[in-house]
Write a protein that binds this ligand. Structure first.
Ligand SMILES: [Zn+2]
Length: 223
């Protein structure tokens, strides 16, 4: 089925047009501003130890999040991804090798996306339908490909900068000052700053709940 899908889509290859600023109905940086809901997202895992530590803190606070998985990591470390899925978190596609989708050929992008979806499906029986291109970078061809495969493209509007080893107090301040209804918050579960990420989550989850925010998966946020 996958092979069939890949060849059908390869036949539809379009002329490559790079796009830097993407404004498209299928690209989401937030959900409804009317609802007091927000979505935590974690990119680049699963990681053999970090992902479980993140899952532990989410479990402690009983909140669901969305994990944008990298295919090769799902191949190497399936257990934490399966755990995330079984505990009710949503899984999204973050491509197989985490390379830029801005300059890649259609054929290579298709392989990156479908190989990751297949890996997630083999592991969980779940047909993934959210995608986040690495660094949020994409071309017009990527937009077409996502649409043809039935994906919603999910970016973010609060960047915690955990990837830049931001200290806990700065991350907390940034999140508490900028989080608004419908926000999608970007974290990483495959980064050595995981200890700071966990401390930050431990502070911001109860603090935002106190302000009336409810944590939901990205699909729930966008529904
Ligand atoms: Zn990433």
């Amino acid at each position: 089925m996958w092979t069939q899908l890949v060849s059908t889509l390869l036949a539809a290859t379009l002329v490559f047009t790079p796009v830097t600023l993407i404004e498209d109905d299928n690209v989401y940086t937030h959900g409804s501003r009317e609802e007091r809901t927000i979505a935590l997202t974690f990119d680049d895992g699963p990681h053999p130890t970090y992902t479980d530590r993140i899952l532990d803190v989410l479990e402690k606070h009983n909140v669901k999040a969305t994990f944008f998985a990298v295919g090769v990591n799902a191949e190497n470390y399936p257990a934490p991804l399966l755990r995330a899925y079984e505990e009710g978190h949503e899984i999204g596609n973050h491509t197989y090798n985490h390379k830029s989708m801005r300059t890649m050929s259609y054929e290579d992008m298709l392989r990156e996306v479908t190989d990751t979806a297949k890996r997630i499906y083999d592991l969980t029986d779940y047909g993934v339908n959210l995608i986040r291109p690495p660094q949020g970078a994409m071309s017009a061809q990527f937009l077409s490909l996502a649409e043809e495969l039935g994906y919603r493209i999910v970016l973010w509007d609060v960047d915690t900068r955990d990837w830049a080893h931001e200290p806990v107090d700065k991350m907390v301040k940034n999140i508490m000052e900028s989080t608004d209804n419908g926000d999608i918050i970007l974290f990483h579960d495959y980064h050595p700053s995981v200890a700071n990420t966990i401390k930050t989550l431990d502070i911001i989850i109860p603090a935002l709940q106190e302000q009336g925010f409810r944590f939901v998966t990205v699909s729930e946020l966008l529904s």
